[in-house]
Design a protein. Structure first.
Length: 421
């Protein structure tokens, strides 16, 4: 007798029905198995000349290794490697077959190995990897434990040490940007300051020059960073440095690269000025500041600055004083090619990276050791460097290097003087 039931099997909330993905995984498993078989056959064919004394082939198939799960971008795929036996030698003389497609100890594809540190650096905590990737890689996906990233940080440390020891004697930087970010490390009494220096090469590319960890943006901390890059061979001073108002950097710069011009960052200066006025005034004042640094000539910028003082000097003298005291350094960019002004007015190449760093530290609630914080800044900047835009007007850089003078962004043409007959 057929028994009927009123029980309805409900779909579990964490189960995702995706027939297309199942088909893709099945196809991937089949193609991978075929590729592994073809690789083994090609290897055996290349070794056909190796024979035993009785004429038999020395290398033969020897079944398959145990099946294992390989994590891929479309989820887990079960695979097993082909085993090849060497019948003619033993010990160190034995020929061993290693698959280039499926290395012996591989548990994840290389694309996933690259993905995990990116997710970590972008704000995903190590304990959240399995939950976040379960929809893509399947429930209870193995090989995604927090220890994976722990091992990766060890690799980052080795990479960082090699980078810190690189030779700079063949390098030259036309412009440099300097800034610092404060990170509250785990079990630390005060935030650690990571000092960063980025430079523009004669070809117009931006590069990370150096990183220095310090207690604050003091002259001594910046001096240590500049001394280190000079020790590794950077002997030619940059033409202009861009940074905020931290006096420590400018003092150290004048000591070690005395010929470098100063350009104050308008992004930092705008924030400093606006901090001295009520929020209701800030939108209008911000527009007035924009009129200054976006002026087409120095003279027009100075007129806009005078108008700023006329508008706000009586009620907000501290804001005007904050702007006036750095007027010369704020307007230094007018003496350089106009194509480069957008790059020279701010420390944006560093600020955009620091925004990600700050997000990462907030996501982990400050749970970073000083070493991890330094490595994180290094890896984030190196990752961001791949997408950095080249300097606009790179054809002007050789003129800057040659010492050509610019006024209001245009090259100064010196006409020959006629000598008296």
């Amino acid at each position: 007798m057929n028994e009927t039931t009123n029980i309805v099997r409900l779909r579990q909330p964490d189960i995702i029905d995706d027939p297309l993905t199942d088909i893709l995984r099945a196809g991937a498993r089949k193609l991978l198995a075929q590729a592994i078989e073809s690789e083994a056959e090609a290897y055996l064919a290349s070794m056909r000349d190796l024979k035993l004394p009785d004429g038999r082939e020395r290398l033969v198939r020897h079944g398959h290794g145990p099946e294992r799960t390989l994590q891929t971008g479309i989820g887990p795929v079960e695979v097993s490697r082909v085993k090849i036996r060497d019948r003619g030698a033993a010990g160190a003389d034995r020929i061993r077959f290693t698959s280039a497609i499926l290395p012996k100890w591989a548990r994840r594809t290389k694309s996933l190995d690259a993905l995990l540190p990116i997710l970590y650096l972008r704000g995903l905590s190590t304990g959240d990897f399995q939950e976040a990737l379960s929809a893509l890689l399947g429930q209870d996906a193995p090989n995604l434990s927090p220890s994976v990233v722990t091992r990766l940080t060890g690799e980052w440390q080795s990479e960082y040490e090699r980078w810190q020891a690189r030779d700079l004697s063949a390098r030259r930087y036309v412009y440099v940007w300097a800034d610092g970010v404060y990170l509250q490390a785990r079990m630390a009494d005060q935030a650690e300051c990571i000092l960063v220096l980025i430079g523009a090469t004669p070809e117009g590319k931006k590069e990370l020059i150096g990183i220095q960890a310090g207690v604050r943006e003091s002259a001594q901390s910046w001096r240590e960073l500049l001394v280190e890059i000079k020790r590794r061979g950077l002997s030619i001073a940059p033409h202009i440095a861009v940074g905020d108002g931290a006096l420590g950097f400018w003092k150290a710069l004048d000591e070690l690269f005395p010929g470098t011009h100063h350009q104050r960052c308008w992004l930092h200066k705008t924030a400093n000025v606006l901090n001295k006025v009520p929020k209701s005034v800030q939108p209008g004042m911000k527009g007035a500041l924009r009129e200054i640094y976006l002026a087409p000539t120095r003279a027009q910028a100075e007129v806009a600055l005078d108008l700023f003082e006329d508008a706000y000097g009586a009620r907000y003298p501290k804001a005007v004083e904050c702007l006036r005291k750095d007027q010369r350094a704020l307007l230094a960019f007018f003496d350089w090619p106009a194509e480069h002004w957008i790059h020279l007015r701010t420390t944006n190449p560093i600020e955009s990276v620091f925004a990600t760093v700050r997000h990462r530290t907030v996501r982990t609630k400050g749970a970073l050791s000083p070493t991890t914080a330094r490595l994180m800044v290094f890896k984030l900047i190196m990752a961001a460097a791949k997408t950095w835009r080249r300097l606009m007007g790179e054809n002007q850089l050789p003129k800057v290097i040659a010492g050509v003078r610019f006024q209001d962004g245009s090259e100064v043409i010196l006409l020959p003087t006629n000598s008296a007959a």
